[in-house]
Design a protein around this ligand. Structure first.
Ligand code: BGC
Length: 715
C-alpha cells in the first residue's frame, strides 16, 4: 500500500492532518494546509537553514512566505470548507510520488455546486520548484474566478520574522516576491507563474506583500477548467540573486505533466534504494513507507550546512532544532540506504565543530561538546525555561542543554557507523576522524577521578531517560563515553597506519600529546560502570534506591508519568521516559550476552512509560524485544511506534512528525524483525524473527557501495 487517505474533513484533527499530509523535497516542506485557508490552520512551509532569532531568544526555523495561496470563487462565492456544504471529500497522499490530491464536491451557501480538485508537489527533480494544479468541474453556468497569490505575511504562530523587500510583475503570467528575515538577514524569493496560453489574460493585483494574479473563466455546466501554478523558490543561502533564481525555476517546466514526470522519476529512484514491503500487515507497511517518506522529504541532498530537526520540516515543534534524534535514530536509515545523505548530515556536525569546541571550553572542558539542540551555527539553542505542564503561568527549567553530554558520543557513534557501513575512508580521514577524536577529548577531560571508588565518574548529567536529571554516572553516558574514547584511540592507530600525514596533522591541531593519550587510556579502562554479578546495570548512582512504582496502578491514563508526578517529583521514582540501559545494549549489543540483556530488559521494561513517555522509546524497545526473541511483545512496541504520527497517539503530531520514531521504525524492521547483523569485516547475516501474521518482509540496504535485497519469509 502506498496511499494515505482521508475520506472526510474533521476540523478537530486539522493540525494532525496538516502534519501527516506534509510534502517536501529535502530543500523545504509544506504542511498539508488548504490552498484556500481554513480558520485556525497551522499553515507553514519550512526551508532548510532559514533560521531567525527575532523576536525569540533562541533561533527558530522560520515559516516561509506562503506559496500555496489560491482562492476559487464560484459565481462570486468564495470556496471554503468553513462555509457551504461538503458533499464529497477525499484527500490522498501518494507516498510513491509525493503527490498530494484533495477533491471536494462542494455546495456554496447560495447553492452553486462544483467539484474542486487541488494537486501539489514539491519537485524532487528540481528542488527550487513547487507545483500546484487546480481543476474545477462546475455544475452550473456562469463564472469561475481564481486568485493565485504569494503571501509574504507568514509568521511563526504569531511571531513575525519577515520584512518585505520587493515585489513585481515580471510578465503577463509571472510575479515575484522577495522578503528578508528580520535578524539573520536571509532573503527568500518566490516567483509564481501561471502557464497556459489559452487561459484568459490574468489581472495583476499589486497588493503589498501579496502579489496576486487573478483569472476569470466562463463556467459551463460539466466542463472543467484547469489552472496550474508553478512557484520557483530560492534564498540568499543559495545565491546572491534569489529572485532571479526563483524566476528561472518557475519558468522552466514546459507543462504540469512534464514537471510531474521528472518528479516521479526522481522518486522512483529514491524508493528503489530503500525498498521495503511487509506482506500480511498493511498497517505496518504503510506506516513504514510513511516514515521513510517523511525522512526522505526532510533529507538535505544538496546542503551540508543543515541538519534534520526532531520534527523534520513539518511543524513548529522544537523550533526546527536538531537533537541526537538525527544520529541515533534517523541516520542509520540513510547510512544503509542513502549514504550520500548520511554524509551530508555528518558534515553538518563537522562544520559545527567550532561551536561544539566553544561550548566545551565555556564549561571548562576540552574537545567538542555538541549542542543538545542545534540550529544553523551549532551553538546551544536549548531553551532554559519552558512553560510548566501543570500551570502554564509557571516556567520549568530545562536542563538538557547544560547536562546532556551523551550527544557528543552519539555523533561519534554515527560517524563510526557510517564509516564501517560505507568504507568511505576518504570522508573518515577528512572529517570523521576529527569528530571521533575531538569528542573523545571532551569525554576524557570531563571525567572526574573518584578516589574512594577507584573509577572515573561523570557527575551531574542527563541520560536518554529525561525523567531524571542531575544524575551521577548515567550508564548510557558512561558506556558510550568509554566507547568514544576507545574508538578515538583506535582511530588514531588507523590514521597512523593508513594516513600518517593526517595523523600528524590532527595530533597537532587537537594537541594529542602522549600524556593526553595516556589519560584517555586510563579513563577508558577505569570508567565507573555499575554492573552487578547478574548483569543488571543500574541506570545511574542511586536509581535502585528510588521509589518503585507499579505503572499498572495508574491505568487507564492519557498522560505521561512526567505530567502525573510533576517534573521535580518524577526524579524520585523508578519510572523511565525511554530506554536508557537498553539503549546502550542495543547500540553496542555485540558486547553483551543475551543473559545480560535479558536481565536488564526484564527489569526496565515494566518501569518504562511506553505509551506516553518519549516517542523515541517504543522502536528501541521493539528491537531489544526481538533480540530477546519476544516477538509478540516486540510487535506491540513496534506498532505503538508505527502509530505515533498516523494515529496521533500522543496528541501532539500537529507540532510535526516524530522523526526519531520514524527512523526507529525502520531500524526495528531491519535490525529487529529482520535481525540484520553487520560484522566489522563487512559480512552480514539475518536472524529473522517475524511476527506470526507476516507472510514476508523485504528490504533493501546498501553496504560498502553494494545494494542487497533481503526477502524473509515466515514459514
Ligand atoms: C526526548 C529526547 C529527544 C527530544 C526530541 C524528548 O522528549 O526525551 O530524547 O531528543 O524529545 O525528540
Amino acid at each position: 500500500m502506498w496511499t494515505l487517505t482521508e475520506n472526510s474533513f474533521d476540523p478537530s484533527s486539522q493540525h494532525h492532518k496538516e502534519t501527516i499530509f506534509t510534502i517536501g523535497n529535502g530543500y523545504l516542506s509544506t504542511r498539508g494546509a488548504f490552498e484556500e485557508g481554513y480558520p485556525g490552520e497551522s499553515r507553514a512551509t519550512f526551508v532548510h537553514g532559514v533560521f531567525d532569532d527575532a523576536p525569540v531568544v533562541f533561533t527558530e526555523l522560520v515559516n516561509a512566505p506562503d506559496w500555496l495561496s489560491m482562492q476559487v470563487l464560484l459565481n462570486g462565492e468564495k470556496f471554503s470548507l468553513a462555509s457551504g456544504e461538503i458533499l464529497d471529500y477525499l484527500r490522498e497522499l501518494d507516498l510513491r510520488t509525493g503527490l498530494l490530491t484533495r477533491r471536494v464536491r462542494w455546495q456554496s451557501p447560495s447553492g452553486q455546486v462544483a467539484t474542486i480538485q487541488f494537486e501539489r508537489f514539491a519537485s524532487l527533480a528540481d528542488q527550487h520548484l513547487l507545483a500546484l494544479r487546480c481543476q474545477v468541474w462546475p455544475e452550473f453556468d456562469g463564472q469561475i474566478e481564481i486568485r493565485a497569490a504569494l503571501n509574504g505575511h507568514a509568521d511563526n504562530q504569531g511571531l513575525a520574522h519577515w520584512n518585505h523587500v520587493t515585489q513585481r510583475q515580471e510578465n503577463r503570467d509571472t510575479v515575484g516576491l522577495q522578503t528578508r528575515t528580520r535578524s539573520s538577514g536571509i532573503h527568500l524569493a518566490l516567483a509564481m507563474r501561471l502557464p497556459g496560453t489559452n487561459s484568459p489574460e490574468p489581472d495583476y493585483w499589486d497588493t503589498e506583500n501579496i502579489p496576486t494574479l487573478r483569472q476569470v473563466f466562463p463556467a459551463h455546466n460539466g466542463q472543467p477548467i484547469t489552472l496550474v501554478k508553478f512557484v520557483g523558490i530560492a534564498t540568499s543561502r543559495d545565491t546572491d540573486q534569489p529572485l532571479e533564481k526563483a524566476l528561472v525555476h518557475a519558468a522552466r517546466p514546459e507543462s504540469w505533466e512534464a514537471a510531474l514526470e521528472a518528479h516521479r522519476q526522481a522518486w522512483e529512484q529514491e524508493w528503489e534504494r530503500c525498498e521495503v514491503s511487509i506482506e500480511g500487515d498493511e498497517e505496518a507497511e504503510i506506516a513504514l513507507r510513511f516514515s521513510l517518506f517523511q525522512l526522505l522529504i526532510a533529507a538535505p541532498r544538496h546542503d551540508k550546512r543543515v541538519n534534520i530537526g526532531a520534527k523534520t520540516l513539518s511543524g513548529f515543534g522544537y523550533r526546527g532544532h536538531a537533537f541526537w534524534d538525527t544520529e541515533i535514530f534517523m541516520l542509520p536509515v540513510f547510512t544503509y540506504t542513502a549514504p550520500h545523505i548520511a554524509r551530508n548530515l555528518l558534515d553538518y556536525r563537522h562544520l559545527t565543530l567550532p561551536a561544539a569546541r566553544e561550548k566545551a571550553r565555556q564549561a571548562g572542558f576540552e574537545g567538542a561538546w555538541f549542542a543538545w539542540e542545534s540550529a544553523d551555527t551549532g551553538e546551544e539553542v536549548t531553551p532554559t525555561w519552558v512553560p510548566d505542564f501543570h500551570d502554564k503561568k509557571k516556567l520549568a527549567r530545562v536542563w538538557t542543554g547544560d547536562l546532556a553530554i551523551h550527544i557528543s558520543a552519539d555523533v561519534a557513534y554515527a560517524a563510526w557507523q557510517y564509516w564501517r557501513a560505507t568504507g568511505d575512508d576518504a570522508w573518515f580521514t577528512e572529517s570523521g576522524a576529527e569528530l571521533v577524536l575531538d569528542t573523545a577529548k571532551f569525554f576524557a577531560s570531563r571525567a572526574e577521578w573518584q578516589p574512594e571508588r577507584g573509577c572515573y565518574a561523570y557527575s551531574d548529567v542527563i541520560g536518554p531517560d529525561e525523567y531524571h536529571d542531575h544524575n551521577d554516572n548515567n550508564a548510557y553516558t558512561n558506556r558510550l563515553a568509554q566507547w568514544n574514547i576507545q574508538t578515538g584511540l583506535q582511530t588514531l592507530n588507523w590514521l597512523e597506519k593508513n594516513q600518517p600525514e593526517k595523523a600528524t596533522e590532527l595530533a597537532g591541531t587537537l594537541d594529542l600529546t602522549p600524556e593526553r593519550l595516556s589519560k584517555w587510556q586510563d579513563v577508558a579502562e577505569k570508567i565507573c560502570l555499575h554492573i552487578d554479578p547478574t548483569g543488571l546495570i543500574e541506570q545511574f548512582d542511586g536509581f535502585f534506591a528510588l521509589k518503585d512504582v507499579n505503572l499498572a496502578d495508574y491505568e487507564p491514563r492519557t498522560k505521561s508519568m512526567h505530567e502525573i508526578f510533576g517534573v521535580e517529583a518524577a526524579n524520585q521514582y523508578q519510572v523511565l521516559k525511554q530506554p536508557d540501559v537498553l539503549m546502550v545494549q542495543y547500540l553496542l549489543h555485540d558486547e553483551y550476552t543475551d543473559e545480560q540483556i535479558r536481565v536488564n530488559y526484564d527489569y526496565y521494561t515494566p518501569r518504562t512509560d511506553h505509551t506516553y513517555g518519549s516517542s523515541l522509546g517504543p522502536s528501541i524497545q521493539a528491537i531489544v524485544a526481538c533480540l530477546m526473541g519476544d516477538v509478540d511483545e516486540a510487535y506491540e512496541h513496534f506498532i505503538r511506534a508505527a502509530r505515533a504520527d498516523l494515529r496521533d497517539v500522543r496528541g501532539n503530531a500537529g507540532d510535526g512528525i516524530h522523526a526519531a520514531s520514524a527512523g526507529g521504525i525502520w531500524q526495528a524492521l531491519v535490525f529487529g524483525f529482520g535481525g540484520l547483523r553487520i560484522h566489522p569485516d563487512g559480512q552480514w547475516e539475518t536472524h529473522p524473527r517475524l511476527p506470526k501474521h507476516w507472510k514476508s518482509l523485504t528490504f533493501r540496504f546498501t553496504l560498502r557501495g553494494q545494494q542487497h535485497l533481503v526477502r524473509l519469509e515466515n514459514r
